[in-house]
Write a protein that binds this ligand. Structure first.
Ligand code: PEP
Ligand code: MG
Length: 285
């Protein structure tokens, strides 16, 4: 049992306009997931798979991937879980992929770009996620999408993995964290089942300020007008496709309020933020 009980609360609330606002969790391992479940999260909005493998120098075998991802999802049995495909590169070095050194890794081969260069790894990764997702309401999410073609290729690979495992095909969504994706939503809508806005990278790329840069900390403002404007555009242009926000903005009171004003109805954040963010709407009528 954890030393401190997590503050719990509803997984969603009804806004004055009658719409539901859902509180989801970002998790990077089994402990996060246990805390998120105790905190009453609606589901897992972002499972960061790369965090399970940061220590690996050689490629984790498919069975090990299945076991580690299963352990991360376990506290959300029967519930919605959004598993992000390995987001390697830039601030998330993944030694076993042996990505070439780059001058500008944030603008380099990362996220889906790295997956597309490693089809065998990605095929095994997809099978592991499908197997680990059994007993859950699984959704699969692709990081760092720029072009529809990237989603089409990944969807082909996902369908192949479904055939190989005999498991049903989950919905496949894109993270919107590259400004070009936010600006070309009508092209992405036909090839995506849902969208999740990654405001950490979207802020970095919109303001041309490296995330985590010590002298540029003031740029890392999730409530920045340009970033909120792009998020509003994504919601408007997603049509019937669900849109969530899974970057830090979702757990920041000021940014979260603005996102909800712009029509975001799913916020995904670290478990520790669920209490304070729910409190912004609880008791309002
Ligand atoms: C983001 O970029 O906002 C995001 C949620 O992904 P990560 O922080 O893991 O890059
Ligand atoms: Mg990101």
């Amino acid at each position: 049992t954890p030393a401190q009980a997590a503050s719990t609360g509803p997984a969603s609330i009804i806004l004055p306009d009658g719409c539901g606002l859902e509180f989801w969790a970002n998790v990077a391992g089994p402990k996060d997931a246990a805390l998120a479940a105790q905190s009453g999260a609606f589901g897992i909005g972002l499972a960061r798979t790369e965090m399970l493998f940061l220590d690996r120098v050689d490629c984790p075998p498919e069975e090990e991937q299945t076991a580690r991802i299963s352990a991360m999802l376990a506290p959300f049995k029967g519930r919605p879980v959004t598993v992000r495909l390995l987001d390697a590169g830039a601030d998330k070095p993944v030694p076993f992929l042996h990505l070439a050194p780059e001058e500008n890794p944030a603008l380099g081969v990362r996220g889906v770009r790295a997956l597309l260069k490693h089809p065998d790894f990605t095929a095994a990764h997809l099978r592991a996620i499908l197997r680990a997702g059994q007993g859950h309401d699984l959704r699969v999410m692709v990081p760092m999408v720029t072009f529809p073609k990237e989603m089409q290729t990944l969807r082909g690979w996902l369908e192949q993995a479904c055939q190989e495992t005999g498991l049903p095909c989950p919905s496949l969504g894109a993270m919107v964290e590259v400004p070009a994706a936010a600006l070309t939503m009508p092209d992405l809508v036909p090839v995506c089942d849902f969208f999740s806005i990654g405001t950490n990278d979207l802020t970095q790329y919109t303001l041309a300020a490296e995330r985590g840069h010590q002298e540029l900390a003031a740029f890392a403002n999730p409530a920045n007008d340009a970033v909120i404007g792009l998020c509003a555009r994504v919601v408007r242009e997603a049509g019937s496709r669900p849109v969530s926000v899974c970057g830090e903005a979702a757990g920041d009171p000021q940014a979260a309020s603005r996102l909800v004003e712009e029509g975001v109805r799913k916020l995904s954040m670290g478990a520790a933020r669920l209490g304070p963010i729910r409190a912004l709407w609880q008791g309002r009528d």
